[in-house]
Design a protein around this ligand. Structure first.
Ligand code: IDC
Length: 341
């Protein structure tokens, strides 16, 4: 066991989860199933599943979701609101939104579990109201299995009966000292068991080492179970053909992929926008029925942020969007309108 992994495990053991009493309703009081709004993505597609290397809808037709990831929840809490999700659904025409629930550092779910569960709940309930899908991302780079298991169990217990929900139990395992078969696969087996105790069938989209790029390595030793997909993260100005080849290898081996996070800039989250590489990735995603969610709905002063510093929570006009934000909104709207939304 290498240092980072061992240190993370130790931190979790010493921290424990005492004092973590759920404020979510009891199991008997699972959130009610309201009919998805007429014409909405969820009204049209219903519960998603995985058939071979494709995500398909309730009638077995392939589905490609296109939308946005919110920024780290501890740093952009203002956008974890119904107004933001409403605006994304109605103005940007996203069919999916991703809640990146912070699971790194002192100001995260590791120390503020109920606060972060509440943020996830707001985004999920707003997604349900709009009839869009929602990825609940445990936004970690190191494994914190006790906390992750608690968090995912609570989400599954409360919302697992809804067709909108998609789980992402580990944003990006690191590369150094992290092995798929030894570390990341067993972690996911534990998370899948915790989720499946409450939710027998919603999609679970798992991460892989090297910041969720090693989908080809995972494909050689895949997880067992139904409706398990794999996330592939890319940043267009940094990652190009070589990473797409890993995606192709995983698809050829039979894995279903989703890009639950990508950037049109560098992997730092900053630097110039790469239009040409972004187009190559979008072409690849569309050709392979791979859903995509862009990083991010946030207002940090960096080129991956879709919003300018201080942007309001909704009602964004041209001047509230960065260059990247305008490109992403346009791309999402165009593709999803063409899809009939
Ligand atoms: C970045 C943010 C940046 C923040 C950093 C902290 O854009 O403002 O300082 O996190 O770690 C990822 C991660 C995502 C990163 C993003 C850009 O999932 O958390 O956000 N990125 O670096 N993987 C590849 C790139």
């Amino acid at each position: 066991m290498k240092a980072i992994w061992a240190a993370a495990a130790l931190a979790v053991m010493s921290l424990g989860l005492s004092g973590c009493a759920s404020t979510l309703p009891d199991p008997g009081a699972a959130a009610p199933v309201a009919a998805a709004p007429v014409g909405s993505p969820v009204a049209r597609h219903g519960a998603l599943s995985i058939a071979g290397n494709r995500v398909v809808d309730a009638s077995g037709q392939p589905v490609t979701l296109r939308g946005m990831s919110l920024f780290w929840s501890q740093w952009a809490p203002q956008y974890y609101t119904a107004q933001t999700v409403d605006w994304l659904a109605q103005d940007w025409k996203v069919t999916v939104v991703r809640a990146a629930i912070a699971a790194e550092g002192n100001d995260s779910a590791l120390f503020h579990m109920e606060r972060e569960l509440a943020k996830a709940s707001v985004v999920i309930e707003a997604a349900v109201a709009n009839g869009i899908y929602v990825v609940v991302d445990w936004h970690a780079h190191r494994n914190h299995p006790e906390h992750a298991e608690y968090f995912l169990s609570e989400i599954a217990r409360r919302y697992g009966h809804l067709p909108n929900l998609i789980y992402e139990p580990f944003n990006e395992p690191l590369r150094e000292g992290v092995d798929w078969s030894r570390d990341v696969k067993p972690y996911h087996e534990r998370m899948i068991a915790a989720i499946r105790a409450h939710d027998p069938d919603n999609l679970i989209i798992v991460g892989s080492p090297s910041w969720s790029q090693d989908v080809d390595i995972a494909a050689a030793d895949p997880l067992a179970g139904e409706n398990i997909g794999y996330t592939l993260h890319y940043y267009a100005a940094t990652h190009k053909d070589g990473l797409r080849a890993k995606g192709d290898a995983a698809l050829a081996a039979g894995l279903a992929l989703m890009v639950t996070e990508f950037g049109i800039v560098e992997a730092t989250g900053n630097g110039p926008i790469d239009r040409e590489s972004s187009d190559a990735w979008w072409d690849w995603a569309e050709a392979n029925g791979v859903s995509w969610m862009a990083w991010s709905i946030g207002d940090r002063d960096e080129t991956s942020a879709a919003l300018v510093p201080g942007a309001p929570v909704a009602g964004w006009r041209e001047e509230h969007l960065t260059e990247g934000g305008r490109i992403l909104r346009d791309r999402i709207r165009t593709a999803n309108i063409a899809d009939g939304y």
